[in-house]
Design a protein around this ligand. Structure first.
Ligand code: GDP
Ligand code: MG
Length: 163
């Protein structure tokens, strides 16, 4: 067991798409415990021979796209408590949102390795658009496409060094 990685961020940025890519054919373990843990999916993954657990957060309880900002904040606090590293995912299509800023503020105060992943960077134009995420004040980011896989190797290389 090489540690725990939590994927956080607002709805529809692509957390579950990335999670499914990470766990590939492995089974996602759906936690049957009620309450906050109901809103999380657990899986196993490995990269460069290092095994780790992945937690996908958000969106499972309500059965719709509605999710309260407090719920996202709660997932971030849980991730800060239990994860060894956090992937904070944002979406280049929508750009920086207020919820992204809110999550950034929580993560900046935490002493936890955090990787900002700008998702949906499917082409070169979007690579340029991704620079707006420097405004979150989290420093360097990883541009990735969870759908086509580009950039995910660099992110995982850096991530497993923290586990
Ligand atoms: P979550 O709510 O953060 O878990 O987001 P999902 O993984 O459910 O994805 C939300 C939507 O974004 C879906 O329609 C995905 O197909 C789409 N999506 C996810 N990753 C990418 C990507 O890398 N590029 C593009 N263009 N769309 C993506
Ligand atoms: Mg999801």
């Amino acid at each position: 067991m090489g540690g725990i990685v939590a994927i956080v961020g607002r709805p529809n940025v692509g957390k579950s798409t990335f999670f499914n890519r990470l766990i590939q054919k492995r089974e996602a373990i759906v936690d049957a415990v009620s309450g906050v843990t109901r809103d999380r999916h657990y899986g196993k993954s490995d990269w460069n021979g290092k095994e780790f657990s992945v937690i996908d957060t958000g969106g499972y309880v309500v059965g719709s796209d509605d999710i309260f900002e407090q719920e996202i904040d709660k997932q971030v606090e849980l991730a800060i408590d239990e994860a060894d590293a956090i992937i904070f995912m944002v979406d280049v299509e929508s750009g920086v949102t207020g919820m992204d800023e809110d999550v950034s503020n929580l993560l900046r105060r935490a002493n936890k390795p955090t990787f900002l992943a700008v998702n949906k960077v499917d082409n070169a134009q979007r690579e340029a658009d991704a620079t707006e995420f420097y405004a979150l004040g989290l420093g360097e980011y990883y541009s990735i496409s969870s759908i086509n896989g580009s950039g995910t190797g660099d992110l995982l290389d850096a991530l497993v060094k923290e586990l």
